[in-house]
Design a binder for this molecule. Sequence first.
Ligand code: GDD
Ligand code: MN
Length: 377
Amino acid sequence: MNDAIKPGPEIPSQAVGLPLLSVVVPTFNERDNVTVLYRRLETTLAGIPWEVVFVDDNSPDGTWEVVRGLARRDSRVRCLRRVGRRGLSGACIEGILASSAPYAVVMDADLQHDETQLPKMVELLRSGKADLVVGSRYIEGYRAEGFDKQRAGASAFATEIARRLLRVDIADPMSGFFAIRRDRFEELAPHLSTQGFKILLDVVATAQGKLRAVEIPYTFGSRQHGESKLDSMVALDFLGLVLAKLTHDVISLRFVLFGLVGSLGLLVHLAALYVALEVFGAPFPEAQATGAIVAMTSNFVLNNFLTYRDQRLKGFAILRGLLLFYLVCSVGLLANVGVAFSVYDQEPIWWLAGAAGALMGVVWNYAMSGLFVWRKR
Ligand code: GDD
Ligand code: MN
């Protein structure tokens, strides 16, 4: 640490009562679970100075209000209420970075993770045997109550891909239950993706074998209240993470999704063009314009549901977003044609010029859409 940023002797350490463990709990609509979890933490962690940070993405069910209530009675409880944002990984990262104990553990609010493992996890970290302790579903002793067959199959498949492609050598990189040394996490944090669900996979892949990991089995319980927020979209998130890690963050999931939606848009365009020409007998220019508008509209809708689903526009903002998207895409088309033309001028290879133009168009549309249409609030 740089001398200039050390607190200095005039600020003595008030070590008494400082937490050894920060429990970080991401929440979304977990109103009925948080108090139960808090009580269980109190019981289990009786011998360890601890704190808990609930990171709530402004849950409509008012989870944050319940947490606030707990925090007003117990200073070990903190509520990080995030507005205008969604995402499990991002919530975990912010939660860990908002705490200061030497060890942090991430666990779900829905009581599916076995909190009685916490003292063991802390001990493994404290003894220096591990930098990372993972609650694992794939080692001997693990039992799952809340995990159906189909999901178990998909999870095992994704795990295999991750282990091979990203050379991740722990048995359960998809686990949402892990404890880590703060100093190691702080090093990794700037390189982690805030999108998606798979924060542990990201941590392990980013550390590239430099974390000493120990896995312990635990019983994955069944959800007490509320419902799972994992849907089929997590598969996409997973693919995106694998891609980003393989390309050293050059290619992001958003960009890939944006590009996929754009490619689909081309098909939509051709289909609409065909229908306008053949079914409605429209003249070519009008038919082509119709195709473009239909394609841009469908791209907008798909991007709003897929690419930017964490920042999805709703209500009146959809109309405004759509108009801006038309504008962005129109300029993108000019950029596309301009680049294609100048490439063709130098090197008259049609496919090279066409591809260069299309790439320019998608990069422009992507950059401008992020700035103006789905901009961060
Ligand atoms: N802040 C925030 N923002 N929290 C969220 C979000 C979000 O967008 N989405 C989910 N959560 C919270 C939930 O409220 C819960 O406390 C926890 O994250 C896990 O979400 P669940 O919806 O219960 O996920 P799951 O049980 O299907 O999956 C869990 O187990 C898997 C297997 O171990 C997660 O821990 C996965 O990460 C894990 O792979
Ligand atoms: Mn759960």
